[in-house]
Design a protein around this ligand. Sequence first.
Ligand code: WTA
Length: 659
Amino acid sequence: MSESITSMLQENRIFEPSEHFQSHIGPIYVPDLKTYHDMYRRSIDDPAGFWGDIAKDFHWYRPWKRVVDWNVPDAKWFVDGTTNVCANCVDRQVKNGHGDELAILWEGEPCSPDPEVRRLTYRDLLREVSQTANALKSMGVQRGDVVTIYMGMVPELAIAMLACARIGAPHSVIFGGFASPAIVDRVQDAKSKIIITCDGAWRRGQIVSLKKNVDDACEKLPDVQNVLVVRRTNSPVTMHTGRDQWWHELVSNQSSECPCEEMDSEDLLFLLYTSGSTGKPKGICHTTGGYMIYTAHTARMTFNLVPQRNQVFFCTADIGWITGHSYIVYGMLPNRVPTVMYEGAPNFPAEDRFWSMVARHKVTHFYTAPTAIRAFMKWGDEQPRKHDLSSLLLLGTVGEPINPEAWIWYHQNIGQSRCPIVDTMWQTETGGHIITPLPGCTPTVPGSCTLPAFGIDAAIVNENGEELPANQGGLLVIRRPWPGMLRGIHGDRARFIETYWTKVPGMYIAGDGARRDERGYFWIMGRIDDVINVSGHRLGTMEVESALVSHPAIVEAAVVGIPHEIKGTGIAAFVTLAPQFKGPADDSLRKQLMEHVTKEIGAIARPDMIRFTTLLPKTRSGKIMRRLLRDIAAGKESTQDTTTLEDFNALAKLRENEE
Ligand code: WTA
């Protein structure tokens, strides 16, 4: 198990849905647990009936022949049906008379006392998306071509994604915090010939040089033919003639008419790269019909979205991660509740940025990660107290297990003890929530993500697939297909089968350890593979190790997670020096290595601690003894700063049998 923050607080209180929530949210879709259980039963026993009824409310060009075909591990949803995700997010709202309603509310990083705000209605979105789609076509993008998007959090990011969906070109969004080698890997793997980027992005008053990173990456990407650049920071950039074009020059000249492509339900909607335990990040494939229905439905249920009730939904994630894909863009727009996008950082210009946004935009739903909540706690109770948070009705968390202290603080200080908290467990691979409370009916217990979402046959099993009794820790699996499930890893069928379907044959394995209590509630215990969850972001320890050994001073590296007050899990690296390296193993080298990892992957992968060692402890079969390293890194073993071979030998002998 990887280490998440161990809680000092024992919290066994049960929090029932508050009366305030129940009387202010509007109609409650699932008002009591009996209704939940009945609906859940139907979703498992009759998935065709359950999902067919939901999908009927969407626009399809051609209806599906069957709701689901399942041949482990391959699922097809809404078989032979044709639709378009952009049409369902945008055109449908305009056609139904809602064109003037607010779709996206964007707030830029405040550079002056009055932050820049853009409000896009569905009609605005339709125009801008259509023009962008035509611009992509003018650059030769065709149905099926993968478009890489590496941008900051500006409205054009969502517009670009929807434009891709409109013309049937799958997108691959790369988080703007990644460095250029990460762009190279992803563009090569996706065989993408076009990149959409920005000149730069604002973050804490500084400019992140996105275009420069793309230029550096393109030196290794001879197949990239077009780079479309949004002007955001006005920073100087080099435009390469014949390859680079400005968004504002190309897009605004396009026609605002662009028909939606009629897509097969199983056509690829997007790739999103995520870390695994081995190798390079894998391109998770999500397809059109199933992902569309699943994200929209989970958003509606988990957040009880009601379009007529002046709700405003604010998810603080970056769109570069799945949370932003599903719960800023694709799950939100079909539900016709305005979605907030923000640029910048939660503590700039001040540590009350989010609370000021909640008050100014009358946010009703606020969705963030435990790591952010722990930072809010550190910044002090007075930050939220400066603002009127009375618009809030519902809070959510995602990304890692939440420690009860953070849960209680969130509940009291942000939710003012009246907002339910939905602790939503899910993954890039699952497309949408898989285990979550429903705010109108599920009593919550801090630290538990509670009950499975509709259609999710989640269980805790041993390696033979046998379900374990209550409170016994085991593997979290899903035993039946669901519409939002990944359809594969791009270009790597063997890895798809090996990663998700082999350990417990016939079942999807999430890669998390978990238990279920006597009430049937799930408690996630952490990753069981070499993936660590740093500030709610997934990182493979091997990716960080490869970055370290690419530095000339290092021959071997082992990376493990360590408990970290804010990040949940921090990164500890043990490295052995190359014989030809003559300099001292000191803080200056440590700093150099940390910078090196930042340059290779991005700041999120920067180690918190680096230890030099003469040898890494290994079992006789040559496996690095990670548990031993974890204990040492967490300070459970007292060793000198420079751990010697002898120390390791002694410890390793003691521990060898445990691994
Ligand atoms: C972890 C993020 C406990 C888990 C949406 C999972 C959680 C990984 C929770 C997926 C939660 C996410 N409680 N753990 N509520 N939500 N996780 O793909 O380990 O970036 O496997 O998707 O985050 O991370 P990913």
